[in-house]
Ligand binder design. Structure first.
Ligand code: IPM
Ligand code: MG
Length: 362
């Protein structure tokens, strides 16, 4: 198979972790006889520095031409002045919108070898396997924003809107994925307060009833779900929710896995005419400027994102599983970046050492 993969390393630890993910993909290509062409492009603060734009035109063009996009992270203190005219995060949001990747898959699993690394009691963590499906191109993130002088200082607004169609298509993604797993979907909203949430709840209910009668649907209010997620995390299968709730809940869920550095994500759109599904793949962690360049970043989130790229955009299930299996055995054998070590316990390995060890097992 041939594929063109755009690599948008971005800022902070982004370049270090994507380098390991690319190394793993190169190893997969060699072992399974594929040809992957990697095209490096600028995004985020790196784009602002080089071209004054967090999503430069050349990057847009390369992304449109690629079969999949691998992204590192964007942002950092250098570009975070709240009065700055452009911010790195705008590049990521513009990229999600341009690629029309409305469904963001964020799997969160616990591994027995790592229950120590999480601050919760081990008995709560056993068997946790939750797949979040976060709506990614609607809601507050993309609604009209205003800031104007008002009678009480200034007035700022962020408009939250959802259409039936936007809700239907992400509900279908959740339903289809639930069929490949435990056949249960929890839809999270704030229907006791928000009109968008009432439309969300009605629409998800209808789609699941009409199209996925074999999948069990339950609804949860976001505040109580946030609590239940820590009380009984193993009781969830697929969780579907709107953009902002998904942003917050998936960082909360990262605590279950032991480190946010372990978690991958896939952002998917509708299949193209050629049958391939455009996808944006990125670890869910941020740019971690405090450890950038020190070799301390955990590359597993980026490497598992590469596995999701193989599965969802290149239809290479066997290859994806091989990468996941290599990650599993490396962690079981005790390889740990510093984020996975309880303070003062055991020697840590570097980003590159962990990446190389995963490649060695492929
Ligand atoms: C994420 C991040 C982004 C988001 C930021 C960087 C814009 O937090 O992918 O979860 O809020 O979506
Ligand atoms: Mg986030």
């Amino acid at each position: 198979m041939r594929a063109r993969i755009a690599v948008l390393a971005g800022d902070g630890v982004g370049p270090e972790v994507t380098a390991e993910a690319v190394r793993v993909l190169e190893r997969v290509a060699a072992r399974f006889g594929h040809e992957f062409a990697f095209v490096e492009c600028l995004v985020g603060g790196a784009g602002i520095d080089a071209a004054g734009d967090p999503l430069p035109a050349r990057t847009r063009a390369q992304v449109a031409d690629a079969d999949a996009v691998l992204l590192g992270a964007v942002g950092g203190p250098r570009w975070s002045d709240p009065s700055a005219p452009v911010r790195p995060e705008q590049g990521l949001l513009a990229l999600r919108a341009a690629m029309k990747v409305f469904a963001n898959l964020r799997p969160v699993t616990t591994r027995d070898a790592l229950v120590d690394a999480a601050p919760l009691r081990p008995e709560l963590l056993r068997g946790v396997d939750v797949l979040f499906v976060r709506e990614l191109t609607g809601g507050l993130y993309f609604g009209e924003k205003t800031l104007a002088p008002g009678p009480d200082g200034e007035t700022a607004t962020d408009l939250c809107s959802y259409t039936t169609g936007e809700i239907e298509r992400v509900a279908r993604v959740a339903g289809r994925l639930a069929r490949t797993r435990g056949r249960r979907v929890t839809s999270v909203d704030k229907a006791n307060v928000l009109e968008t949430s009432r439309l969300w709840r009605r629409t998800v209910t209808r789609v699941m009833r009409d199209e996925f009668p074999d999948v069990v649907l339950e609804h949860a209010l976001v505040d109580s779900f946030a609590m239940q997620l820590l009380r009984a995390p193993a009781s969830y299968d697929v969780v579907v929710t709107e953009n902002l709730f998904g942003d917050i809940l998936t960082d909360e869920a990262a605590v279950l896995a032991g480190s946010i550095g372990l978690l991958p994500s896939a952002s998917l759109g509708l299949p193209r005419a050629d049958g391939r599904t455009p996808g944006l793949y990125e670890p869910i962690h941020g740019s971690a400027p405090d450890i950038a360049g020190t070799g301390k970043a955990n590359p597993v989130g980026a490497i598992l994102s590469a596995a999701m790229l193989l599965r969802h955009s290149l239809d290479a299930e066997q290859e994806a599983s091989a990468v996941e299996q290599a990650v599993r055995t490396v962690l079981e054998d005790g390889w740990r970046t510093p984020d996975l070590l309880l303070s003062g316990r055991g020697p840590a390995c570097t980003t590159a050492e962990l990446g190389a060890e995963i490649c060695r097992r492929l």
